[in-house]
Design a protein around this ligand. Structure first.
Ligand code: GTP
Ligand code: SPV
Ligand code: MN
Length: 650
């Protein structure tokens, strides 16, 4: 319903004078008087054309470029970006570039991200009086209109408006959805070309009049013809990211970075996606998807939800330390999951690339990522080296004495001397998924892959064991609902506070968390209606620390040992013992042989009563303050049962 935008734009007299010009004058095609520098108007469906017209009237660009997704177009955009100083080439690698952002635009801004619904309680649960709601921000229709009209009129003057048609999911799959992002950032266009299936083929699909999600984005710095363009235009003070699920609309202003500007990702695939999924009876989740083959050659697929910067990309590309195991990657961030006609839950990765955390990625931790990212990649906010390469914390072993390092801010950086990090902690690589050496042969299967287990997890330095299995689907949904994790640099949060992050979706819910829980609970009944069972649910924690602050578990490639136990549980092997919080590996059933360092298995799996009593108190308060009467009774029931079990435990 672009009516919103239309209303705002009709108020501008400047536009009315431009509109007087007729179409197709002079050398160019025109849309409402604005020249189309690139692209075929005839190829547009009426709905697409209407969306472009409304956006043009509102933003008043210098010209319009309808993207076809070709190499030629991409090269032209990369040249423009180099001329603007937005990116520099990295001659050490093949077709790689580095962007340094404005230091005020480095991560998602959750406090400026809103869901617009008719009633507030459709978008977010009703927090207790005088308590700050932490499960999303609501905005009224009027305020959304105001927010747009205060920012967008004329925001693209003197600059090009790009029209980016894209598919989330394999082109033409019944599980896929289409979007059009209108943006004034060539960096966004080049990144969307990596992260989604983008270009003319999508426009062709739309001609059969498919619907699409309307995504409007502006970095928000008009050039005005005279003022010199900054290399990273943005408007951090007025940044706002708006979603209107009722009309499948996304409007984002002021930021050029990541989830704020690549609107197919968090805005579409999760926030709008989760509302579509609820309506249509499936799930849109912040989850990696991987395939794992055991030494007998049996293959299973699993999904895992960890909060931002908590290990999804790493697990999705795991190099197993146990012989005979093979892991293959389908996706590292988002899963769309739906039951097939047999009641088997199947998942697709709606994305086409990885927008992965750079720091910590190394030949030791994630060799498959290292083999993926040194061609056709855009790096953002990492450090650069004098021999035309990149550098970040974790890449120490690639350094030689003769290279100089320049940090993400453009300042000289000396190893072991400079106190600030070389790369921003949320610096990222944006790289095509198909370049991953362990990409699964089914990663673009339009029917998705069958899912056997769902993992939840987070950064829990204390109290939470390496792995446990839920008692039932309902208990598993409770485990997802009570997820907590140490804050990371992926958003504006400061410090290492433990935050609730249910389902790793706290920043990404498109509708009321209480209704989301009900929807998850209903997925069991849905499986039963096909005569099937839903997948088993587990919780993992690679991040437990000992009294000296050292990780108790080596993590990374050794996480295969945990996956091995999970596989055995999927196959109903009896290798578990019951505890108050769930099933944990029975003695000796987790393979800890030939680990480099000795593991304190007892400490790793201990369930300290004091800790859990406090955890339960925290959860009670969290549900009471944040979710209130929107909490499904089944979840309250699970909490009560957990409390009784912990009280009885010793
Ligand atoms: P988003 O892209 O923000 O959604 O993050 P992500 O969940 O994909 O996180 P990623 O895999 O990029 O990991 C982020 C950080 O966690 C990196 O610094 C990793 O080195 C660290 N990490 C990942 N796996 C492990 C592990 O098994 N153990 C430990 N100790 N650290 C890990
Ligand atoms: C996350 O923060 O979970 C990310 C990065 O995957 S962003 O695309 O910026 O949301
Ligand atoms: Mn993510």
């Amino acid at each position: 319903m672009p009516e919103l935008i239309e209303k705002v734009s009709n108020t501008s007299s400047y536009i009315k004078s431009r509109c007087a010009t007729t179409s197709n004058v002079g050398l160019y095609n025109h849309i409402r008087g604005f020249p189309v520098a690139k692209g075929e108007l005839d190829a547009l469906s009426p709905k697409v054309r209407a969306f472009i017209e409304e956006s043009v009237l509102l933003c008043q660009p210098e010209s319009i470029h309808i993207c076809d997704g070709t190499n030629r177009e991409n090269n032209m955009l990369l040249r423009i970006l180099q001329n603007q100083g937005t990116i520099v080439p990295l001659p050490k690698y093949d077709n790689c570039y580095l962007a340094r952002t404005n230091p005020a635009d480095v991560a998602r801004v959750e406090s400026k991200t809103f869901i617009c619904t008719n009633r507030r309680d459709e978008a977010i649960p009703t927090a207790k009086l005088n308590v700050d709601g932490k499960l999303g921000n609501w905005i009224s229709e009027n305020d959304m209109k105001m927010a747009i009209s205060n920012r967008f009129p004329g925001c693209m003057r003197g600059r090009t408006m790009y029209v980016v048609p894209f598919s989330m999911g394999p082109l033409g799959s019944s599980l896929s959805k289409i979007g059009i992002e209108i943006t004034d950032s060539a960096y966004v266009v080049c990144s969307m070309r990596i992260m989604t299936r983008m270009g003319a083929a999508v426009m062709d699909l739309l001609r059969s009049n498919c619907d699409f999600v309307r995504c409007l984005h502006s970095v928000g710095t008009p050039a005005n013809g005279k003022i010199e363009q900054p290399s990273w235009p943005c408007d951090p003070e007025r940044t706002i990211i708006l979603h209107k699920p009722a009309s499948n609309e996304i409007v984002s202003y002021g930021s050029g970075y990541g989830g704020n500007s690549l609107l197919g990702k968090k805005c579409f695939a999760l926030r709008i996606g989760s509302t579509i999924a609820k309506k249509e009876g499936w799930l849109a989740e912040h989850m990696l998807i991987l395939g794992i083959t055991n030494p007998k050659g049996e293959k299973k697929y699993i999904v895992a939800a960890f909060p931002s910067a908590c290990g999804k990309t790493n697990l999705a590309m795991l190099t197993p330390s146990l012989p005979g195991y093979k892991v293959e990657c389908i996706g590292d961030d988002i899963a769309w999951m739906k039951y097939d006609e047999n009641g088997q839950l199947r998942a697709i990765n709606p994305e086409n690339g990885f927008f992965g955390v750079a720091p910590g990625t190394s030949n030791k931790t994630n060799p498959n990522a290292m083999k993926t990212i040194f061609k056709n990649t855009i790096f953002t906010n990492v450090a650069s080296t004098s021999d035309g390469g990149v550098y970040w914390e974790g890449m120490e072993d690639t350094l030689t004495n003769d290279v100089q390092i320049t940090d993400w801010l453009g300042k000289p950086w000396i190893p072991k001397v400079t106190k600030t990090p070389a790369a921003h902690p949320n610096s990222r690589f944006c790289t095509p998924a198909k370049q991953c050496p362990i990409i699964d042969r089914n990663w673009e299967n339009p029917d998705g892959v069958p899912i056997s287990a769902i993992l939840f997890g987070g950064r829990r330095p204390n109290g939470v064991p390496l792995v446990y299995e839920s008692f039932s689907w309902q208990h598993g949904v409770f485990v997802g609902a009570t997820m907590r994790s140490e804050a990371t640099a992926a958003a504006e949060h400061k410090g290492k506070v433990i935050m609730n992050d249910p389902f790793a979706m706290r920043p990404f819910f498109g509708y009321n968390f209480g209704a989301y829980l009900k929807h998850w609970l209903s997925m069991e009944t849905r499986a039963h209606s096909y005569g099937a069972q839903p997948p088993k649910i587990f919780h993992v924690n690679w991040f437990r620390k000992d009294a000296n602050g050292q990780f108790l578990w080596p993590g990374y490639g050794d996480n295969i040992r945990v996956l091995e136990w999970i596989l055995k549980r999927i196959n109903n092997e009896s290798c578990a013992k019951k505890t108050a919080i769930g099933y944990i590996p029975s003695d000796g059933s987790l393979n800890v042989e030939q680990l480099q360092d000795e593991i304190n298995v007892n400490e790793l799996f201990s369930i300290p009563k004091e800790f859990w009593l406090k955890e339960i108190d925290d959860i009670i308060r969290y549900f009471d303050e944040q979710v209130g009467s929107d909490l499904p009774p089944e979840i309250a029931h699970e909490l009560n049962d957990l409390k009784i079990r912990i009280e009885k435990s010793n």
